[in-house]
Design a protein around this ligand. Structure first.
Ligand code: BTN
Length: 234
């Protein structure tokens, strides 16, 4: 897959800017910014984006892979890209949070535009805290960074994009899921599932399915498949 990288110093949100002009950009366009004033996270949250991070969004058109699975492929590409660039091993908390040393260092937000139930385009946004030291109060107990003197942002971006392209092309062999599961912090843990439309459910995360869904054995012994939402550790 060919990527065309557009670099900006500061934008509101790379996802929003790309989304606004999605019709005019080709598939494979990547918008990368040094800083975001309105970085977005999942569930309407904001994503703190000072100049000590790497923030980019990838536009994909005509993609047959659903947005949740694209998020998982992106998470695999981020973990591999960080390892290849810095020799650091990160892990993923289902579904889209990358952790290093017990702290969240990266978030992924995939937004899809649909027409008649068909995916028109998807925007996969990735934000990595490279060397941010001070975080706002709301996230200071959970957020972290890769480390000091990390100045290979260009290399990291290319490595992640190369891996992302590889994972998309080889998606059907299912190896991405093996890698994801092997590096997943959530599996085997006791979790509380929070979703917008249901009351919280507690159980143990036992597997991840082919559509990126978390499979949980609830405290009452039921097997539940969770496609959206969050799994908090309890
Ligand atoms: C999350 O942690 O809930 C997801 C965070 C996603 C942040 C990235 S930074 C680049 C892109 N632009 C945004 O506004 N959000 C994503």
């Amino acid at each position: 897959m060919e990527f065309k990288i557009i670099k900006k110093d500061i934008v509101t949100s790379t996802n929003d800017v790309l989304k606004k002009d999605a019709e005019k950009y080709e598939s494979g366009t990547v918008l990368c910014a040094k800083e975001q004033t309105h970085g977005k996270g999942r569930s309407g949250r904001s994503f703190y984006s000072p100049p000590t991070g790497l923030y980019f969004s990838v536009l994909l058109k005509g993609e047959q892979i659903n947005p949740s699975v694209l998020t998982v492929l992106a998470a695999v590409a981020v973990m591999k890209g960080i390892r290849e660039t810095y020799g650091i091993k990160t892990q993923v908390k289902w579904v889209n949070d990358i952790f290093y040393d017990g702290r969240k260092v990266c978030g992924i937000l995939t937004e899809g535009a649909f027409k008649k139930n068909k995916l028109r385009h998807a925007i996969v946004g990735i934000g990595i805290n490279i060397s941010t030291e001070i975080f706002p109060d709301e996230i200071k107990n959970i957020a972290g960074s890769l480390g000091e003197n990390m100045n290979k942002n260009d290399e990291l971006l290319i490595k992640i994009l190369d891996n992302f392209s590889y994972e998309i092309q080889n998606f059907s062999d299912g190896k991405f899921l093996e890698f994801y599961k092997k590096n997943c912090l959530t599996l085997g843990r006791k979790v509380r599932l929070i979703s917008a439309d249901n009351s919280p459910v507690d159980g143990v995360a036992i597997d991840i399915g082919n559509n990126a869904e978390l499979i949980v054995k609830t405290d009452s012994g039921e097997i539940k498949k969770i496609f959206y939402g969050e799994a908090q550790f309890i």
